[in-house]
Design a binder for this molecule. Structure first.
Ligand SMILES: [Zn+2]
Length: 477
């Protein structure tokens, strides 16, 4: 059985989830809250019944009534990954089994144990996490994409995001089992494998491209495909917008969907100006793929019927509405196979007190995390070459097996790599990273660029203290 079949094996589940999500969109403070409370109760029951890790954690609480969420001790990725084999409610799921499955890139979007989709985070905060998604979780993500991705969150005018008359180009990190790539490949397989003829058109209208492709080559490939919808990171969309403005690219886009990084005001302006089309911004993570969608007022609305987000300070105490958090505690109400209850996510965000003029009662959030920078370097002939932060991060993570690093652009053709003090054997790590980076730079025509090993401590974001992984420190040209 493929994951596509697994996720559609119960069409009633898909239809019911879509109907519930639609109803919550009409009445977030009534229907949406009741759904949230019922899902939380079900998640707590499933966690206590099926997960030895959570049974232990919840046993510490008074047994008299159902535990309150705030009484449950927060958990981090390292702890869950360390106790992976005690975590899932399906006791067949083991770290060794999942890692064997993930070691084969060709199994992207295959059904693990015949029923689960598996993806890994890219390790932006320490070691990569491994996340197993069950059918209810995938149905929830599908419903959120169908009803809210395109900014129609009141649910009054649902629009199917995937349309057979359009051509979709997905540009992202490839080569690993990442959430975006696995989700797109799953959709392609739904089209290729199942439920004919309903969704057979899906596979031929979606094409995936690697964000590591040199920008000029990527532009050439995209031009050949001529998509109507571009799906990628803000930094990549902005770099392609630049190509479009300069006349090197001539895409006629109906929509650009971005996610995976923070969208800056400057990127938003540039993308809209270059492509002259709608821009859909999404906030998600490997831990919950569709946390928030953006309305027509450019405000991110939290999917509070499916995910609980508690903004907290550096000691995990709640911060008031309106104040930026140090991190957040995430409770995923959709996935019961690998429960996430008060899971610490290192994003800084702020809940906005005012109601949005768009009319949706879903809370408005502003996300401050993830501000890595795009580097523009000069090749041997002085031409500008754009390097995207997510591509650089993937090259170093995959090629050198390190996650706690910082890459700085220090001159027109100079880079510096720093490591956290916790990095074991930094000289060996630098050697591995240099090998991977030099190959990547050469592909981009940047064999002239020098790479130094910096001994200073990595720079931090001034407010959140978070590690910035790609930093532009070149003097102004
Ligand atoms: Zn709004």
């Amino acid at each position: 059985m493929t994951s596509a079949q697994a996720s559609l094996a119960a069409p009633w589940l898909w239809a019911q989830t879509l109907a519930e999500t639609f109803a919550a969109g009409l009445d977030p403070l009534g229907v949406g809250r009741r759904q949230r409370d019922a899902r939380l109760a079900r998640l707590l029951d499933a966690s206590r019944a099926g997960s030895p890790f959570y049974r232990e954690r919840l046993a510490a609480l008074p047994a008299t009534a159902r535990p309150r969420l705030v009484d449950i001790a927060p958990v981090g990725k390292a702890e869950l990954m360390g106790r992976f084999d005690d975590w899932a409610t399906d006791r067949r799921i083991t770290r060794a089994g999942v890692e064997r499955f993930l070691s084969d890139p060709a199994r992207l979007a295959d059904a693990y144990l015949g029923e689960y989709l598996v993806w890994t985070s890219s390790g932006t905060s320490g070691e990569p996490g491994i996340f197993v998604q069950d059918a209810p979780s995938l149905a929830a993500f599908d419903a959120l994409d169908a009803l809210r991705l395109r900014g129609v969150g009141t649910g009054l005018a649902p629009l199917v995001p995937w349309n057979p008359a359009q051509r979709y180009a997905f540009v992202a990190a490839t080569g690993g089992h990442f959430a975006g790539g696995a989700s797109i490949e799953r959709l392609r397989r739904i089209g290729a494998a199942s439920i004919p003829p309903l969704l057979q058109w899906l596979a031929p209208v979606i094409r995936a491209y690697s964000v590591q492709t040199p920008l000029r080559e990527l532009a050439r490939q995209l031009q050949a495909w001529a998509p109507n919808v571009l799906i990628t990171y803000p930094s990549c969309a902005a770099a392609l917008a630049q190509q479009q403005s300069e006349g090197a690219l001539h895409l006629k886009l109906a929509e650009v969907w971005v996610g995976g990084e923070q969208l800056s005001a400057e990127q938003r302006t540039r993308i809209r100006a270059a492509f002259g089309c709608a821009l859909r911004n999404n906030y998600g993570a490997s831990e919950f793929f569709s946390m928030a969608w953006e309305c027509r007022h450019d405000h991110l609305h939290l999917n509070a019927d499916w995910v609980i987000i508690e903004p907290v300070d550096d000691r995990l105490r709640p911060v008031p509405i309106g104040s930026p958090s140090h991190s957040v505690l995430l409770t995923n109400l959709a996935n019961r196979v690998q429960p996430l209850l008060r899971y610490r996510l290192d994003d800084s965000l702020r809940f906005v007190a005012e109601r949005c003029p768009c009319g949706s009662a879903f809370p408005v959030i502003e996300v401050q995390g993830r501000s890595d920078q795009t580097l523009v370097l000069r090749d041997a002939r002085g031409r500008a070459v754009t390097l995207l932060p997510l591509a650089l991060m993937t090259v170093i993570e995959e090629g050198a097996q390190v996650t706690q690093f910082q890459l700085l652009g220090t001159g027109p053709s100079a880079l510096e790599l720093r490591f956290e003090a916790t990095q074991p054997d930094p000289a060996a790590a630098f050697g591995r990273a240099r090998g991977a980076l030099e190959a990547y730079l050469a592909q981009h025509g940047l064999a002239n660029v020098t790479l130094a090993h910096g001994n200073a401590a990595p720079l931090r974001q001034p407010r959140s203290g978070k590690l910035m992984r790609v930093v532009d420190r070149r003097p102004a040209e």
